[in-house]
Design a protein around this ligand. Structure first.
Ligand code: MOS
Length: 694
């Protein structure tokens, strides 16, 4: 075998790029099937109650309408242990917008009209959807998202805080946020006897497959889930959502293939969102800015259906040296739609609060905010005492400051001007943990010199397919075009979810292992693959759980410059710059897009996005992309992204850390800190709308 240049580290273009831009790539609602029918949801118009009657007589008058499914007439699903997919099982309404019926018809138009003609009557009960920091009913959960303990204490926070020379005590609020992937949640389902095929939009079809098997009480081997291309998820497709259970249920009920593409204005209530948080941060430091006491206390909400607790205080356990620390979470169970994962759950809102408080501390100490962070760099992870596998936050801060021209700025607030505009700049740190989950892969060598690698990875638009091909080609020692990587099908070797920025490490590891082994097998065979080929299977059940002797995180530093119009109150971003340290960057092209995408989403969180839970009708008032404004090209200035290539031997054979989520972490704080520098005004509640400024 010849030695080839390594292709990991190269800016390889997406393998499916041409298919995507020509429309050849098939998404979940793109599959034409004989006899295909269409479904449209009917959603609850009360926030809490019980269905007393469903009148479908008007809907069924159209002969194109095949069925109106409700809890009363739908085939009953088994309990799969996930309340979000327990659809049409009960007359109880747990939140406004919950799907209470499904119209199925020959055409999309007939299904939509039928859904609109269904009359549901309710025994309505009073609802409670208002979160405040001191409301009754707040409780401490057993644990918060990602398995962290809800509360941690180190040292004696109260005494240390009381004795501190300089203190900051501030409350930060983040409104609910919605994932709104470009492709709304969709599934096309067809039964053949007890065998089910589903084309589904998700972030991991291994779990979709096992969940459908449990719901319909069939063998997993009889469930085929195809998720070849997925138009984003940002966490909202991390576990199966109601659309896939409903499509399969309807297909069973009408005996025909069913397509259900949730309308954009229905996904806000049934596919998850980032729960609002109210976060109190207290920092106690000496006059030189050394933090002695740190408290981060989060209050948030969950639904009556499920307990999901946004772990906003968790990053404060590992960011800065803090001998005395208190980090807690309290949650209220409200009559609201179920929250779930949204890009960097926990770290994203939590670091908005912590990194804003750090800026306030820098002001109080009269210190440069970059210098303040450097002074509080911990030698080991404060909470656990474990060494970091690698931690280049200081390098990111210094490199970012140099590139941004940070030290040229006048540190005084409200002095920068450009005509009628106030100009300011801000900085914040980013972090995201290294997750890796066990996965399986297979590699085949054909006698024709070609290779096939199989792993049930999901490419949600990140470039996963491309990076896995790079990893495989390098491990095999062959050119890229001889390797075909098959992903996105539930019957492939089980892969973990495309979530927690874990995909490349989790799937790449068994791919690397199988391909390294296969390369050896080919070499042992004298470089000649026999007829029938060679085959290797690998898993990482052992490796993926290991490495706990190190604290493993990616880090970054973000800088932002804003202009504030004091007449209109409008904040515009002039430029953003991020420097990240996330292990080896395996594909600079797709990685850059991930970082820019995350920072853009952080810009949206800071300035344009945000959902309001209306206390009267108990649902979000923003349910489309007109009212929920995702930052568009006109909102996004130059975003400049760099990284420090880390050589960290404690990660995985590729030496990579996840990069999908860290870009959103810290971005909103950098912008809010820039608004403070521009105006002298502290903004502690997101989003920063014109009325915040005026
Ligand atoms: Mo990401 S919120 O873990 O899909």
């Amino acid at each position: 075998m010849t030695t080839l240049p390594r292709v990991t580290g190269e800016a390889v273009a997406r393998i499916e790029a041409r298919d995507k831009v020509t429309g050849a790539a098939s998404y979940a609602a793109d599959h034409p099937l004989d006899g295909l029918t269409h479904a449209w949801p009917v959603t609850a118009t009360v926030a809490r109650g019980d269905i007393t009657a469903v009148d479908d007589s008007e809907a069924l008058r159209d002969p194109a309408v095949l069925a109106v499914l409700t809890h009363a007439n739908a085939p009953r699903l088994a309990d799969a242990g996930d309340p979000m997919v327990a659809v049409l099982r009960s007359p109880h309404v747990a939140h406004h917008g919950q799907i209470v019926a499904l119209a199925v018809a020959e055409t999309l138009e007939a299904a939509r009209a039928a859904a609109g003609a269904v009359r549901v009557t309710y025994d309505e009960q009073p609802h409670d959807v208002v979160l405040t920091a001191d409301r009754p009913g707040l409780y401490t959960p057993d644990e918060v998202n990602a398995g962290h303990p809800a509360d941690r204490r180190r040292g004696d926070f109260d005494a240390a805080y009381a004795a501190s020379e300089i203190t900051v005590d501030a409350v930060y609020e983040v409104t609910p946020l919605h994932n709104h992937p470009m492709e709304p949640h969709a599934a096309t389902a067809v039964w053949d006897g007890d065998a089910l095929t589903v084309f589904d939009s998700n972030q991991g079809s291994t779990v979709v497959r096992s969940t459908l098997a449990a719901l319909f009480e069939v063998d997993e081997a009889d469930v085929r889930v195809v998720s070849e291309h997925v138009g984003g998820g940002f966490g909202s497709k991390g576990t199966p959502r109601p659309h896939v259970a409903l499509a399969a249920l309807a297909a069973k009920a009408v005996g025909r293939p069913v397509r259900l593409a949730l309308p954009r204005n229905r996904i806000a209530a049934v596919t998850g969102h980032r729960a609002p948080t109210i976060q109190r941060v207290r920092l106690g430091a000496d006059a030189d800015g050394h933090i002695d006491a740190l408290a981060h206390e989060t209050v948030t909400q969950t639904s009556t259906l499920t307990e999901f607790v946004e772990q906003a205080s968790v990053s404060s356990r590992m960011m800065y040296a803090s001998p005395h620390s208190l980090t807690t979470h309290r949650v209220a169970r409200l009559d609201v739609p179920s929250p779930s994962w949204m890009r960097a759950p926990g770290e994203c809102p939590g670091m908005f609060a912590l990194e804003s408080a750090m800026d306030e501390l820098a002001s109080a100490c009269g210190l440069d905010p970059v210098e303040l962070r450097i002074r509080n760099e911990p030698p080991v992870e404060p909470d656990s005492g474990r060494p970091f596998s690698s931690r280049h936050l200081v390098d990111c801060l210094r490199e970012g400051a140099r590139r941004f021209g940070w030290h040229d700025r006048d540190p005084r607030p409200a002095v920068g001007r450009d005509g009628p505009l106030l100009i300011g700049s801000g900085v914040a740190a980013s972090t995201y943990p290294v997750w890796v989950f066990p996965s399986h892969a297979e590699a085949y060598a054909g006698s024709d010199g070609r290779y096939e690698v199989r792993v049930n990875a999901t490419d949600i638009g990140t470039g996963a397919r491309t990076v896995l091909t790079q990893i495989a080609a390098d491990a095999l020692g062959v050119p890229l075009d001889l390797v075909r990587v098959s992903i996105g099908r539930g019957d492939l070797p089980a892969g973990s979810v495309a979530g927690g920025s874990s995909g490349t490490a989790s799937w790449g590891w068994p791919v690397h292992k199988a391909c390294t082994d296969l390369r050896q097998r080919v070499s042992d065979a004298g470089g000649h693959v026999p007829d029938g080929g060679l085959f290797v299977r690998a898993d990482t059940e052992q490796e993926a759980g290991g490495g706990t002797e190190y604290s493993r995180h990616a880090f970054g530093a973000q800088f932002a410059e804003v202009q504030v119009d004091t007449v209109t109150g409008e904040v515009r971003v002039r430029r953003m710059l991020g420097v990240f340290a996330a292990g080896h960057i395996l594909n600079p092209r797709t990685a850059r897009s991930q970082f820019i995408g995350g920072m853009t989403m952080g810009l949206g969180m800071a300035l344009t996005e945000g959902s309001f839970l209306d206390p009267e009708f108990g649902d979000f008032t923003e349910r489309d992309l007109a009212s929920y404004h995702v930052a568009a090209c006109a909102d996004v200035p130059e975003i400049d992204v760099h990284w420090i290539d880390e050589d960290d031997p404690h990660l995985n054979p590729m030496g990579s850390k996840g990069i999908g989520e860290i870009g959103i972490v810290g971005a909103a704080a950098a912008l809010a800190n820039a608004v403070h520098h521009a105006t002298g005004m502290r903004v502690r509640r997101l989003p920063i709308h014109p009325d915040t400024i005026l």
